[in-house]
Ligand binder design. Structure first.
Ligand code: NAD
Length: 489
């Protein structure tokens, strides 16, 4: 079986700058590819430093003089509610665009990415008029209180795995709090970010308050993070990019929030419901073909149930239908790019060389020669020190690591540079809570995995980043606190 070329040539896209759709000043464009067919989808404008500068000027003006930060917070909320409604109205079309560009199964785009995006805009639309200061009981005859104010011009730089949803985690709270936002999607997956530009335009937000500029990380991204007119950079990306962006931001002391990589432990104790644990482990590693920062890529299994669990897991993985992501039956789509597939396959070779035993997959599915597919892959007998247990692969590759005791698994689980998420499977409530406390991770799921909601804060410990997205913490990150003192004597 191979996927027939779609010939789905989409319209070319410009930059959304200062409320207008404009070509890059250089006139340059780049081609966006469909990872399932390897065919070009459309041309997008390739922004450079000059375009970034124009965007920053427009954003500064919109923030300093425009109505958005000054209007009643409830009116900002009403405008963002309209954005949520427009996303819901165009749900199917947006889901299809995401799938064509990212390769994720249409069932995921339409049941996860797009509804969660709308829910996130709705949640922060409601939050706009609930950001409050406090009165402070200072010593002396004074009234002291705090104001929560927007920060200014926010640069939101996002990756290619959940292009629209991860953009929204930043854009919705930042706008609700009254900031101006410049969004830069990953060069592999710019299309739904640009579509969001059209939707926000239709919702009637003032020019310059939301802009979308597309281009490479090296040129367009770098120009953004070096620009002195940006007040805060919010980046989701790899730990390597985070390190680089932090160095660049240091020059202007630009505020920074980083959501970076992960290598999350998913721990199955012998007393767990093994059928549920196998299901959770499958979702943990194969959701979004492993291109998810919270992937449960290290599966720790208590030795006495390991073979039993592995058998269930392999059975489930073999049943995952791989193929055309536009087919509603598909569970595993192609990886996002040729380079990324090569990187995943290199990790598979490293796993074999370091002595892990390959029990499933490990290559390109022979029946899918076109499109950047990788078979669902499971390694058994992995040691936590091996490269495939320490480095983020970001693909459908699972490392199964046996353990003997609670203390042993907690020590190994925390032996990682990352700390984004973790899973625990057990019927023992005390063990579950003890593990949740001991795990060094921003999110811990017990008897479930990979759940997200706009209300629940999310972010990393250790080298998985700093700052929190979603929930009330997620909007506070886009505000700054001001103390006001009044003499009452
Ligand atoms: P990436 O780091 O390559 O790119 C992320 C974004 O940064 C892109 O828009 C890219 O163009 C831009 N960029 C790259 N170099 C830049 C530079 N020098 N200056 C400014 N911008 C630059 O990441 P990716 O490959 O798109 O995504 C995968 C990574 O993202 C994984 O490591 C994954 O764990 C991480 N991720 C983290 C989270 C989280 O919430 N913690 C969520 C999803 C993905």
């Amino acid at each position: 079986m191979s996927i027939a070329p779609t010939k789905a040539k989409l319209k070319p896209w410009k930059l959304y700058l200062d409320g207008k759709w404009q070509d890059a000043r250089s006139g340059r464009t780049f081609t966006t590819i469909n990872p399932a067919t390897e065919e070009p989808l459309c041309e997008c404008a390739a922004a450079g430093a000059e375009d970034v500068d124009l965007a920053v000027r427009a954003a500064r003006q919109a923030f300093a003089e425009g109505p958005w930060p000054r209007m009643a917070a409830a009116d900002r909320g009403a405008a963002l509610l309209k954005v949520a409604q427009l996303i819901e109205k165009h749900r199917d079309e947006i889901a299809e665009l995401e799938t064509l560009n990212q390769g994720k199964p249409i069932g995921d785009s339409s049941r996860v990415d797009v509804p969660l995006t709308a829910a996130c805009f709705r949640y922060y639309a409601g939050f706009a008029d609930k950001l409050e200061g406090r009165t402070i009981p200072v010593r002396g005859p004074y009234l002291a209180y705090t104001l929560r104010e927007p920060i200014g011009v926010i640069a939101a730089i996002v990756p290619w795995n959940y292009p629209l949803l991860l953009a929204t985690y930043k854009v919705a709270p930042a706008l609700a709090a009254g900031n101006a936002v410049i969004l830069k999607p990953a060069s592999q997956t710019p299309l739904t970010a640009l579509r969001l530009g059209e939707i926000i335009e239709e919702a009637g937000l003032p020019p310059g308050i939301f802009q979308v500029i597309t281009g490479s990380g090296r040129e367009c991204g770098q120009a953004i993070v070096e620009h002195a007119g940006i007040d805060k950079i919010a980046l989701t990306g790899s730990t390597e990019t985070g390190r680089h962006v932090m160095q660049s931001a240091a020059k202007n002391l630009t505020k920074l929030e980083l959501e970076l990589g992960g290598k999350s432990p998913n721990i199955v104790f012998a007393d767990a419901d093994l059928e549920e644990a196998a299901k959770g482990a499958t979702i943990g590693i194969f959701l979004n073909k492993g291109e998810i920062c919270t992937a449960g890529s290290r599966l720790f299994v208590e030795t006495k149930v390991k073979d039993q669990l592995l058998e269930k897991l392999v059975g489930r993985a073999k049943k995952l239908r791989q193929g055309d992501p536009l087919d509603p039956q598909t569970r595993l789509g192609p990886q996002v790019s040729k380079e990324h597939r090569e990187s995943i396959l290199r990790y598979v070779e490293t796993g074999k060389k370091e002595g892990a035993s390959l029990v499933l997959g490990g290559g390109v599915p022979p029946e899918l020669p076109r499109g950047w597919f990788v078979q669902p892959t499971i390694f058994d007998g992995v040691a936590n020190e091996m490269t495939i247990a320490q480095e983020e692969i970001f693909g459908p590759v699972l490392a199964v690591i046996p353990f003997e005791s609670f203390d042993d698994v907690l020590r190994q689980a925390n032996q990682s540079q990352f700390g984004l998420a973790a899973g625990v499977w057990t019927r023992d409530i005390k063990k579950a809570h003890r593990a949740a406390r001991a795990l060094q991770a921003g999110t811990v799921w017990v008897n479930t995995y990979n759940l997200f909601d706009p209300t629940a804060p999310y972010g990393g410990f250790k080298k998985s980043g700093f700052g929190r997205e979603l929930g009330s913490a997620g909007i506070e990150e886009y505000t700054q606190l001001k103390s006001v003192w009044i003499d009452l004597s």
